[in-house]
Write a protein that binds this ligand. Structure first.
Ligand code: GLN
Length: 489
């Protein structure tokens, strides 16, 4: 019998509604699991057991009183939240020393919507500082370990949220993705992760890294759980001017299992030298499996892919240099109280509070935006951004979804890339174009390499067409034996 912490959210919901289990039992099982595996995995920065059990008791009362049809979709389901999302009354550090003591007075909209849907929030997950990184090693506190190989990284920046789902330390979780931070860790930890269309989910209360790229999205152990979670958090919000008024469809209704006639586009630029052979073999196998299910596979081209990384590493640092200017210890966060001179105190707070990668990004961005360099770098990057977006527009005239690998490699060893920022940046080569174009992207497990590490296949969709991504990923996932594999911890 499946342990309670190992249930998918949708399976747990059925059992909760039938009153076979209570949310208190389910939440306690997850808290016990955290206690037993967390010393090895270290997915959480903060666990909130009292609060979780209190929410679980409230969920049980609602389940006892309520009619199953009107009980909110996540009632009693244990969820973890990346520490870049504000949670009222609970520490929100962004894994940065500069926000070590920051307790927000308000909830992010995505968090408020989880609570309105009845979710039980078990804690805040580890990440790369301010979401800058691909391995969670840039956390200002400690690295997270991959549940499939404890000497490996979980990916990043949402490594804690991905590892927590893979390890059974929550049922589902929220992450954020600016250049791949949901999809890349999902691939490396063998779970499903979805970056919605820019504007699909409100960014209110998401601590900003690069505002034109950041999006919040779900992790789950299967596609249906991601659909469930996305539905709960998506939709317009007057507090975020970029949150779209586009209607939120019933995403679970899209999970028909039928992909006959769906045109799946394979870009040659996503199968490159330097990729691990196991990754390209398993992704090609997934494409063949889709063809066997009746999808039509077509070749497409995304010719400006080669400029995506360079474009991203101008735009994202430029936006971050502006967004992170607010951390100077004056209004909140780490302050240099030992320094009498105001300007020196601000410098010192930043010098002490930010880690090396964050400082590197602030310097890159400040440089790219400075007079004399703006036209050469920032303006050029914006022009390249348009070309990358147009590549996708052209491709989507020929196909309904684009398919390719999520990452060029499986999980690398802790410490392997920390001395080489460029090698680390290359982890996101296949995920970054999606953010640049504002499109939705989803990673779903497609097997294991010869070392037993998970591989992810990525689907990219038209704007606001998460439903098709979920449909194709769900159809693919059915009948795949690896979909039920769990790490031995
Ligand atoms: N790894 C990329 C970076 O370091 C993307 C991070 C993200 O999506 N937040 O910027």
């Amino acid at each position: 019998m499946t342990a309670l912490w190992d249930l998918t959210a949708h399976a747990a919901r059925e059992r909760l509604l039938r009153r076979e289990i209570s949310s208190t039992e389910l939440t306690q099982a997850v808290l016990d699991r955290i206690e037993s595996v967390e010393p090895q995995v270290r997915a959480y920065l903060t666990v909130t057991p009292e609060r979780a059990l209190e929410q679980a008791r409230a969920a049980d009362a609602a389940l006892a009183a309520g009619n199953p049809a009107t009980t909110p979709a996540l009632t009693g389901i244990p969820v973890a939240v990346k520490d870049v999302l504000c949670t009222r009354g609970t520490l929100t550090t962004c894994a940065s020393r500069i926000l070590e003591n920051f307790v927000p007075p308000y909830d992010a909209t995505a968090v408020a919507r989880l609570q309105a849907a009845g979710a039980v929030i078990v804690g805040k997950t580890n990440m790369d500082e301010f979401a800058m990184g691909s391995s969670t090693e840039n956390s200002g506190f400690f690295p997270t370990h991959n549940p499939w190989g404890l000497d490996r990284v979980p990916g990043g920046s949402s490594g804690g949220s991905a590892a927590a789902v893979a390890a059974g330390e929550c049922l589902v979780s929220l992450g954020t993705d600016t250049g791949g931070s949901i999809r890349q860790p999902a691939a490396l930890c063998g779970v499903v992760g979805l970056k919605p269309t820019y504007g699909r989910v409100s960014r209110y209360g998401l601590v900003a890294f690069a505002s034109s790229l950041d999006q919040i999205g779900p992790f789950g152990r299967d596609v249906e759980d991601c659909a469930l979670l996305l539905e709960a958090i998506a939709g317009h919000d007057p507090r975020d001017a970029t949150a779209s008024t586009e209607v939120v469809p019933d995403f679970r209704a899209a999970l028909t299992g039928d992909v006959r006639g769906l045109r799946v586009g394979v870009p040659q630029e996503y199968f490159i030298a330097g990729m691990e052979p196991d990754v390209s073999r398993l992704v090609r196998q997934a494409i063949a499996d889709l063809a066997a299910l009746g999808a039509e596979v077509v070749d497409v081209t995304l010719p400006h892919t080669e400029y995506a990384l360079a474009t991203y590493y101008i735009i994202a640092p430029a936006e971050c240099s502006a967004n992170l200017a607010r951390y100077n210890g004056v209004k909140y966060g780490l302050a240099a109280t030992d320094e009498a001179d105001m300007w020196r105190a601000m410098d010192l707070a930043r010098e002490r509070g930010f880690g090396a990668e964050v400082k590197r990004r602030i310097m890159l961005g400040t440089y790219a935006l400075s007079a004399g360099y703006y036209d050469a770098y920032y303006r050029k990057a914006q022009q390249a951004r348009t070309l990358i977006k147009q590549d996708f527009d052209t491709a989507f005239a020929q196909c309904d979804v684009v398919v390719g690998p999520t990452t060029p490699t499986t999980a690398f060893r802790l410490g392997e890339k920390t001395a080489d920022p460029l090698a680390m940046y290359l982890s996101d080569i296949f995920t970054i174009p999606t953010n640049i174009a504002g499109l939705p992207g989803l990673s779903v497990p497609c097997g294991f390499d010869t070392a037993g590490l998970p591989v992810g296949v990525q689907f990219i969709g038209r704007p606001f067409d998460e439903a098709t991504l979920l449909r194709v990923a769900h159809a693919y996932e059915q009948g795949q034996p690896h979909a039920h594999a769990r790490p031995a911890l």
